[in-house]
Design a binder for this molecule. Sequence first.
Ligand SMILES: Nc1nc2c(ncn2[C@@H]2O[C@H](COP(=O)(O)OP(=O)(O)OP(=O)(O)O)[C@@H](O)[C@H]2O)c(=O)[nH]1
Ligand SMILES: [Mg+2]
Length: 461
Amino acid sequence: MISEDTISAIATPIGESGIGIVRMSGKESFLIARKIFQPSCGKKVNWKTPFKTHYGWIIDPESKELIDEVLLTLMPAPKSYTREDIAEINCHSGPVPLRKTLRLTLKLGARLAEAGEFTKRAFLNGRIDLAQAESVLEVVQAKTEKSLQIALNQLKGGLSEKINTLKKKMVDFLSCLEAEIEFGEEDIEHLSRKDEESRLKDILVQIALLLKTARRGRVYKEGLKAVIVGRPNVGKSSLLNTLLQRERAIVSHTPGTTRDTIEEMINIKGFPLWIIDTAGLREVEGKIEEEAVRRTHAKLEEANIILLMVDGSLPLEKEDISIFERMEKEKTLLIVNKIDLPQRIDKEKIESFFPGQEVVEISATEEINLEKLKERTAGFALKEATLSSSDSFILSIRQEQVLEQARQNVERALLGIRGELSEELIAFDLREAIDRLGEITGEVLADDILDQIFSHFCIGK
Ligand SMILES: Nc1nc2c(ncn2[C@@H]2O[C@H](COP(=O)(O)OP(=O)(O)OP(=O)(O)O)[C@@H](O)[C@H]2O)c(=O)[nH]1
Ligand SMILES: [Mg+2]
């Protein structure tokens, strides 16, 4: 289904840099390029030679105004990103030449592309399926090498393959059911209810597995949260700054320096990790100040890792202990800071609160043992995402919801079998589930879903 109109957009970010690209896709793109491009030194362009780059100038055909010195690449259908004729003009990247070149293409008959429309065409023209199209966005947004690997695996079709295998199993089963419905008691071989049940169970297990790997994959995409907590002045903000390698938070010797939470992302061993610095928890009249606790509490709730810090140069205080008591032990990593100073802390006492756990001793300002701290933190992160990246997938919220619906449909079919419901009803649920899987790869689709998906892309992608 090749589109009728030709789209055009600036495909690179606007700003001053080396190269900026205006890209056109559609039937008229070569024609428009021909009207505005003049090869240098009177050379001729062979418009039929594909994938050749031509050097020359963009000139307004009406006013003869010189717009930019460019390289023009022609990619004829179907061997292009969209499977349509694509003309890419590499301009000097400045807002003026790019916008002027774009405006010329629009004047000569192209239409401004919508967000994600190039990728949408690649999908509509059958070069990639919807799961692959969505992963283009994941590739662009990947924040670490690992999340990039996962996204690229999806772009290659890894997720689609899994979905299609699952779908085939369901279709096979459905056709057995349908044969039974059609031929009733006649002489075809019937599946026993027990066989039916075990086939559905197998399908359920596989959907559940996919949902689980997707949740883990999300760790690589969205990152984990590590919250630094402790009483005032132990060095929480200093640790944040050292991990970021810049002075993000104000550090001072006055307790109570940090008032609000500060969140920043770093890359720890391939995981995007949000480091959250909090206001010190202090004790007023024998109780931890409730307001600070409340503010920090919300952060602790959503934290995957708690970096609980004490000051090694001072004896343990009641405040430290009441903080210890409030933390979820399984996700807490205990840090003794300021080991560059003479140590006065009672390590045995700390360890009695965290039996069997390693206590990491660091100096935030002198950068001692930071690698070890990163490794231990990554260890926590790994617990959340124990799969190797090639097995992981990042499902978009939409894909996850659709897969969840499919799971519910299969579950209903299974209940139907157990409850001796008619084959028709079971087939109905199964058909629904198959349709849901089709929505992931894009075989079954409503128009507004497409618009919604591609609206997250940038224009020119
Ligand atoms: N010697 C030494 N001093 C440190 C170390 N880490 C932090 N400090 C000092 O301790 C003081 C408090 O540091 P901050 O990072 O502001 O402490 P905080 O925990 O964020 O304090 P609040 O925001 O008040 O809760 C500052 O004077 C830091 O320079 C360390 O590893 N060694
Ligand atoms: Mg602070």
